[in-house]
Design a protein around this ligand. Structure first.
Ligand SMILES: Nc1nc2c(c(=O)[nH]1)N[C@H]1C(S)=C(S)[C@@H](COP(=O)(O)OP(=O)(O)OC[C@H]3O[C@@H](n4cnc5c(=O)[nH]c(N)nc54)[C@H](O)[C@@H]3O)O[C@H]1N2
Ligand SMILES: Nc1nc2c(c(=O)[nH]1)N[C@H]1C(S)=C(S)[C@@H](COP(=O)(O)OP(=O)(O)OC[C@H]3O[C@@H](n4cnc5c(=O)[nH]c(N)nc54)[C@H](O)[C@@H]3O)O[C@H]1N2
Ligand SMILES: [Mo]
Length: 772
């Protein structure tokens, strides 16, 4: 395969200082105001910030963390402010930009540079063999797509990807379009994100979503935060944890890294937070090895079962177990099968935790009537993620910690509407009842066979089985694993289409022909059909609420995602198609009426969406301890422990987010809390490991991933940073290190790439990569 041009990693020159001691506070305020005024001009930026997450404003395009009841004038969040500033920027990428830069030239630029150019303003087209994108009309763009779709041998040769910012209304129309076209090939970012949570929770509790509300966090006696860095990725969660703490909740943090925000937090909302030393959030920090969580939860579970035996049944919630669960005996039998010696030897290897800490945590657990477990990518992106999360459920079931106040599962979702997109049908493995309802509502027979998830889509593209790749948002090329394989896969398509707000690498590593279609974003005023429209989104806790943009779009050529799908559908299905696509684009209420008829839980959608704060979707385990599983009960599961063995001279690498990025969108080159400035190619290594491996602090190295398929995966020119991570583990930023994640290394049961556990070795810095 011929490689697409790439940036030269040597232009990246990070500087390192000590990690900070607390998160947020004044530096966070200053930093975000700087970003806001640089991007949008101070006045436009501040006016926009005022509207974030207000009852009449737009939903923050940052994370999916819910808003509290009493919203502050601007519930302040540094990274929310950055997300808004990037979106509401006045910088534009007009057609002249594409006349100036060839696609090959753009491919040598970093993702950061591409994103910083500003908002996409006009539809542009790259023809076969052409060197530059040229402006194209919307009608011509739709015709080009329709022609390529019509030329496919089967609808399954088209792939329709979605990223998680798309509104419920646009997502519902988009999946309708794909299914009417004849395919369930609807991979989404969830496949790389919380899929493991969805799979594990559906199997055990019957609903693949979290079971707690904000109130539950405040009422919990204990919150366990495992595999999550909220100080950077869900900053508003820290305010909730702080509030819980003030009410007496204790917090256990499980993480290979001592993430600053979780350790100590200064609330920028409050004078107390801004001055003073901040609140100590974490009561007990368990510095676990990567992938050790299954062993940890199994250890706690075994200890609880044993304590229950010793204390004549007073430790477990026997009544709950008898009435509401299934599989308890089989679970206990397997859990207690190994000798103490064997069991604890495995726990020691997998977790690396001192036994006293596990016991200390157990005491806190036993002293707590109400427990919530929160998690994110640290639990979902491993080979054993599904069993790990099932074991978390076992842990909660043992003491009845599901379906009552102050207790439950809290998978903290990423993209601001990734949960809503799933709810309204963005899923490659749809349920029969959903397809029945969709088909009945729109008078067609939806395809029944399952479609490709993200990894399977890449394989199919690589193998020449996909002609058209269409993306509703996102940055497929950079977000996906095995970058070189994915880039090659993308280039084998006949047509690649991106509905986007900002320029990214997926626009410059393309199929034979390519289109970029500029979409309105969350912050933009949407006047589709000549009237002001609003959309709805669902947060991480199942609240659906409205979002109304207020910023004037940079060009009248930008269209809403709803009207893009509607326009394309009319062109593809022709004037006689009975679905009223134009009406939908003129009045989003009509789409909500249809969602209400197809998807349970949306009764009076239009009315309730207009209520301040929106409405809560039903969740049977949370609401009434009903568990819509195959057994009709909450299922205990058997999850055997298989500690990962890393060969001598190798480390386990996790790929994670810096403080200055939103997934593949890089806001800046600093990771303030971790003491990294001005660059991103750093690898954080435990000093003892580094010395053993002969890696000097501040030296440069190549990272080579080991996977038994004979392919060399190398990330060149990384600065070694001695850092207090768990022994045997290393960390580096996504998406630059996605080259190291083998496509076929995925989680069992969810097929999520194992972005948090890659076996790597280090080799001398190999010099610059070819850039042509
Ligand atoms: N500002 C900002 N906000 C974001 C995003 C962003 O990029 N920027 N992305 C959004 C999205 S899509 C998502 S999914 C979320 C991601 O939110 P996070 O999951 O917090 O994101 P990561 O940076 O991947 O961090 C993973 C955390 O898990 C820890 N970890 C890794 N492996 C393990 C393990 O095996 N066990 C344990 N116990 N811990 C482990 C890491 O040390 C790190 O603290 O954030 C969302 N919000
Ligand atoms: N190695 C590694 N890989 C990972 C991860 C990891 O931790 N490690 N994390 C995974 C996770 S959790 C996720 S969620 C995925 C993220 O995968 P994606 O969701 O595909 O990636 P993003 O970087 O969020 O997409 C950014 C692009 O979306 C477009 N965009 C932004 N807002 C809008 C909008 O409102 N409408 C439209 N149409 N377009 C918009 C912009 O053009 C922007 O360039 O990456 C995954 N990949
Ligand atoms: Mo995500």
């Amino acid at each position: 395969m011929s490689r697409a041009p790439q940036e030269d990693p040597r232009q990246d020159t990070p500087a390192i200082s000590a990690p900070t001691r607390s998160a947020a506070g004044i530096p966070a305020v200053i930093n975000s105001l700087r970003v806001v005024s640089r991007q949008s001009g101070a006045a436009r930026g501040l006016a926009t910030l005022r509207d974030v997450n207000q009852k009449t404003g737009f939903d923050c395009p940052g994370c999916a963390w819910p808003e509290g009841k009493r919203r502050h004038l601007a519930e302040f969040c540094e990274n929310g402010a950055k997300a808004v500033a990037e979106e509401a920027t006045r910088r534009a990428v007009p057609p002249e930009f594409f006349a100036r830069y060839s696609v090959a030239e753009l491919a040598t630029r970093s993702g950061y540079w591409l994103g910083q150019q500003g908002r996409l303003t006009h539809p542009v087209f790259l023809d076969k063999g052409a060197t530059h994108y040229v402006p194209v009309s919307w009608e011509r763009a739709f015709s080009l797509i329709a022609e390529e779709l019509a030329a496919l041998d089967s609808p399954d040769e088209a792939v329709f990807y979605t990223s998680g910012r798309t509104s419920n209304e646009a997502a519902f129309l988009y999946q309708l379009f794909a299914r009417k076209f004849g395919t369930n090939n609807l991979p989404d970012c969830s496949n790389m994100c919380h899929e493991s949570s969805g799979v594990a929770l559906t199997e055990t509790l019957g609903v693949g979503k979290g079971s707690v509300l904000l109130e539950d966090l405040y009422q919990a006696d204990l919150i366990i935060v495992a595999g999550q860095n909220p100080g950077t990725n869900h900053p508003r969660m820290l305010s909730a944890l702080e509030k819980a703490k003030r009410g007496g909740t204790r917090i256990i943090t499980v993480n290979p890294l001592p993430e600053v925000g979780l350790m100590r937090f200064k609330n920028p909302q409050k004078a107390r937070g801004i001055v003073g030393g901040g609140t100590r959030l974490t009561d007990l920090f368990l510095q676990i090895r990567l992938g050790g969580d299954l062993a940890l939860f199994r250890a706690w579970n075994r200890m609880l079962v044993e304590a229950d035996r010793d204390n004549s049944g007073s430790v477990l919630d026997r009544e709950f177990i008898a009435e509401h669960t299934h599989g308890f005996d089989a679970f206990v039998d397997e859990l207690c099968a190994d000798s103490d010696e064997k069991f604890w030897a495995d726990v020691d290897t997998a977790t690396g935790l001192p036994r006293e800490q596990i016991t200390e945590a157990l005491e806190m657990i036993q002293a707590s009537k109400r427990i919530v477990v929160c998690w994110a990518m640290g639990l979902t992106q491993h080979k054993h993620s599904v069993p790990t999360i099932r074991e978390v459920v076992n842990f909660l079931l043992l003491r009845g910690n599901v379906g009552r106040p102050g207790a439950g599962v809290c998978p903290v979702r990423g993209h601001s509407n990734v949960q809503g997109d799933r709810t309204v049908g963005i899923v490659e493995k749809p349920k029969e009842e959903f397809l029945d309802a969709l088909g009945a509502e729109f008078g067609f027979e939806p395809p029944r066979h399952h479609g490709y998830d993200t990894v399977r889509a890449i394989r199919a593209m690589r193998d020449g089985k996909v002609g058209v790749f269409f993306a509703m948002g996102g940055n497929f090329v950079s977000a996906s694993p095995d970058t070189l394989v994915t880039e090659d896969a993308m280039r084998r398509c006949r047509l690649t289409v991106h509905v986007s707000t900002k320029l990214n690498r997926s626009h410059v590593v393309t199929g034979a022909r390519a289109l970029i279609l500029p979409a309105l974003a969350r912050t933009d005023r949407d006047l589709s059909g000549g009237k002001e429209q609003f959309v709805t989104v669902e947060n991480s806790m199942g609240m659906v609420h409205s979002s109304r943009g207020s910023v004037r779009p940079l060009s009248d050529q930008m269209r809403s995602e709803v009207s893009i799908v509607a326009g394309l559908a009319r062109r593809v299905f022709g004037p006689d198609d009975p679905v009223p696509w134009e009406d939908f684009a003129r009045d989003y209420d009509l789409i909500r009426d249809r969602i209400e008829r197809v998807i349970p839980g949306f009764a009076n959608y239009n009315e309730r969406a207009r209520r301040p704060g929106g409405f809560l979707l039903p969740h049977a385990p949370r609401d009434s301890r009903r568990f819509p599983t195959a057994t009709g009960k909450a299922n205990f599961t058997v999850n055997r422990m298989t500690p990962l063995t890393v060969p001598e001279g190798r480390l386990l690498l996790q790929t994670l987010r810096s403080h200055d990025q939103y997934n593949t969108t890089v806001y800046g080159l600093d990771d303030r809390y971790r003491g990294v400035r001005g660059g991103r190619r750093v690898v954080l290594v435990n000093p003892e490991d580094a010395q053993r491996l002969g890696l000097a602090d501040g030296s440069y190295t190549d990272i080579v991933s080991e996977w038994p398929d004979g392919v060399e995966r190398r990330a060149a020119h990384y600065l070694v940073v001695y850092y207090p991570t768990a022994p045997g583990c290393a960390a580096a930023y996504y998406p630059e290190t996605n080259v190291l994640v083998p496509l076929d290394s995925t989680a069992e049961g969810s097929n999520t790439p194992t972005s948090k556990s890659i076996v790597v070795r280090f080799e001398p810095d190999s010099g610059p990569v070819e850039t042509g």
